[in-house]
Write a protein that binds this ligand. Structure first.
Ligand SMILES: [Zn+2]
Ligand SMILES: [Zn+2]
Length: 695
């Protein structure tokens, strides 16, 4: 053996040794490899975010996995399955940040780009790093695909077309994989869709399309595709096997189910990433979601900004589907308010103002403004809760920070910021009405995103000519809103009629001994109601359980009531089981007050003002109490018997007036007097006394 052949042999041996030593992992994988197929529950032991996690021991706060791989010269893709993610969980590979989990509660398949040279030969470290806040999540089924994401999603596709009455319509597509998770997908170029960016808005498992048409790249597998268009429409569903190398056509037809003549669908609280600088919906994507969810009046309310959507609506060719309104979410350290409509070019209200009367005056002075709403009134922002116990007496409806409230409308449902107790804000609203305010209850979405919160899920139906959604009479809509001709909808639509003549916003007057109250509850086939309640001055006076049905008419109830002894405001509220399907899943509470999650759909009427005393006007509970105290004074012996014909709301106001006059109502004398009047009066006194302690 000469020196040359020895060297060759050594080289050969060496190469053998090298390739042998790393043999199991150096052969670059051609196909996706499961790094770890398990699912891990991550969270803080002892602090379950939701009851479903209670009693379960999380894997830990953080997940660290090691897996063998080879160095990657080209981009790879990491797929994972996640659910119940609320905050920012970073994903690190060998210490390098790949990105974060998608902040969505719904189960979804997340795809992260693994840039070239991120993987190393031998063992690699994958970490899921927690936020500081409590957040229970489930993450797992990690798959490493040796191809770039665009290539992974390029060889199997569906070509979807959605029609209503034979015509393609703007809509939402929701696509779930065999495990029910929102699927990894990408819109693909297609000759039928010349400008993808102006035609679709895509997120994991969700695509909004401006004209019902899209070609989508998916991983091969079995999928369920849902086509939807918001509250008024049916949902079409199809199961599809998506095969490598093939484009599968999917044709879906939806239909208009819920009739809403004379009503326009409004979302009065809409954001974009473009102008609000958070969330993920660009201006053009926002246009597609507005049309795709069937919203007809869209109020732009970016934070401290006057955004005009009209150019974007034309650019996306959706201007015939909705009317956009310039508004502003005046975002202060003392609450968030929406003011609209605003004339283009008007100065923006100084958001550093914290004094409400000054703020309200500034908003009213803004050219064009007709409506001011108080937003998410029980949420904590900048350490301030607008209707929190230090600012608001929720029994009396009284502002504890100064003069009377002067906003026009109150968000009782904000679907992007749900309350644990869906009735909480209704009771706040009732209290404000009892105090004498004329405030309209509204529903909105407050969404900043394409699909994390669904645009128009919470919405308000406002009485307004609705023949041409692209050219609505905004002034008429605003007038109706202020007059209370508005219904709050989160999956149901509830109408209240008194004596076949009076509906939401009306004064029901000239009444006989008995009044006829009719409540109609409508909804699409995919929601149902199981309970209808009727409130008078905020007290529940009737309640009826109703059978679940897929029919559009969920309930039609008639109650014949004796005419009340005094004026009351009547409101009907229908509720039912929450939608859990991914095309319209009711979100979990945003700032939960309980780990229980009991999603419900809701539809509430506006107020019918019942003029029971026949004086041709409505008298609020507080005004009755003031008149009684003025006439009979504040002694138990004289005042309490006079309250016998009145309800809990009037009694609570009377108790507060006594208290304000320096009269102690927690005395045996009051106790004795209250024993001789109906229980409601004592309840009113009790509620008032309790409200003093709550502060
Ligand atoms: Zn806000
Ligand atoms: Zn907002």
């Amino acid at each position: 053996m000469n020196r040359h052949s020895l060297a060759t042999l050594l080289l050969l041996l060496l190469s053998c040794f090298v390739s042998h030593a790393a043999a199991p992992s150096t052969a670059a994988p051609e196909r996706p490899v499961a790094i770890d197929a398990r699912e891990f529950h991550l969270g803080t032991p002892g602090f379950p975010e939701w009851t479903e996690f209670a009693g379960k021991t999380p894997h830990g706060r953080r997940l660290d996995l090691t897996f063998p791989a080879t160095a990657n010269a080209t981009a790879h893709t990491l797929f994972l399955r996640q659910r119940d993610v609320k905050f920012t969980w970073n994903v690190l590979l060998n210490g390098k940040k790949l990105g974060a989990l998608v902040p969505m509660e719904t189960a979804l398949i997340h795809a992260l780009v693994v840039p070239p040279n991120t993987l190393t030969n031998g063992q690699n470290a994958l970490a899921i790093v927690p936020p500081t806040a409590t957040d229970d999540i489930v993450v797992g089924n990690f798959i490493l695909d040796p191809r770039p994401l665009a290539v992974c999603l390029a060889d199997a596709a569906v070509e979807v077309q959605v029609t209503e009455a034979g015509r393609r319509v703007p809509c939402r597509l929701t696509i779930t994989d065999a495990s029910g998770a929102l699927a990894a997908l990408t819109p693909l170029p297609s000759p039928a869709i010349p400008n993808l960016a102006l035609s679709v808005a895509a997120r994991p498992g969700v695509v909004y399309t401006r004209d019902g048409r899209v070609k989508l790249g998916l991983l091969p597998g079995d999928y369920t595709i849902y086509a939807s268009r918001g509250f008024e429409y049916s949902v079409a569903t199809q199961r599809v096997a998506v095969v490598s190398g093939r484009v599968t056509p999917v044709n879906l037809a939806i239909e208009r189910q819920v009739p809403t003549p004379g009503l326009i669908a409004c979302d009065t609280h809409i954001h974009t990433l473009t102008y609000s600088k958070h969330g993920d919906a660009s201006l053009d994507e926002r246009m597609i979601t507005i049309a795709g969810e069937g919203i007809e009046l869209a109020v732009a309310t970016d934070h401290n900004h006057h955004a005009d959507y009209s150019e974007a609506a034309v650019r996306t060719r959706l201007q015939n589907h909705f009317t956009s309104v310039i508004g502003n979410e005046v975002t202060t350290k003392a609450g968030h308010f929406n003011a609209f409509p605003i004339q283009l070019g008007s100065p923006v209200v100084d958001h550093r103002t914290e004094d409400w009367p000054t703020l309200m005056a500034a908003m009213r002075r803004t050219p064009g403004v007709q409506v001011i709403t108080l937003n998410h009134p029980r949420d904590l922002h900048s350490n301030f809760i607008p209707l929190g116990p230090t600012n608001f007496n929720a029994v009396l409806g009284a502002n504890l920070r100064g003069p009377e409230f002067t906003f026009d409308a109150l968000e009782v449902i904000t679907s992007g910021a749900m309350q644990s107790d869906i009735m909480l804000l209704y009771h706040d609203w009732f209290a404000l009405l009892n105090h004498g305010q004329r405030i309209t209850a509204i529903g909105s979405s407050d969404t900043h995103d394409v699909s994390r919160f669904i645009l128009g899920q919470g919405r308000t139906y406002v009485a307004c000519p609705d023949a041409d959604p692209g050219a609505l009479d905004v002034a008429a809509a605003c007038r109706s809103l202020r007059e209370g001709r508005a219904l709050v909808s989160l999956g149901l639509l509830t109408q209240l009629r008194v004596n076949d003549r009076f509906s939401s916003g009306d004064l029901a007057t000239n009444l006989a001994e008995e009044i006829r109250v009719e409540v109609t509850v409508l909804g699409p086939s995919w929601t149902s109601a199981d309970r209808v309640e009727l409130f008078a001055n905020g007290s529940k006076i009737r309640e009826q359980t109703v059978p679940l049905t897929t029919a559009v008419e969920k309930a039609k109830l008639v109650w014949n009531l004796p005419r009340p002894a005094h004026d009351v405001h009547l409101v009907a509220i229908a509720t039912g089981p929450g939608v859990r399907a991914p095309f319209w899943e009711i979100p979990r509470p945003y700032q939960p007050s309980s780990p229980m999650f009991n999603p419900r759909v809701v539809g509430s009427s506006g107020v019918v003002w019942v003029d029971a005393d026949g004086d041709g006007k409505f008298t609020a509970a507080r005004a009755y109490a003031q008149a009684l105290v003025a006439r009979f004074g504040t002694t138990a012996q004289r005042l309490v018997p006079e309250l016998a014909d009145y309800d809990r709301a009037v009694a609570a106001q009377a108790a507060s007036l006594c208290h304000a006059a320096g009269v102690e109502v927690r005395t045996p004398v009051f106790g004795v007097a209250l024993r001789f009047v109906p229980a409601a009066v004592g309840e009113g006194f009790g509620a008032f006394l309790e409200s003093l302690q709550r502060r």
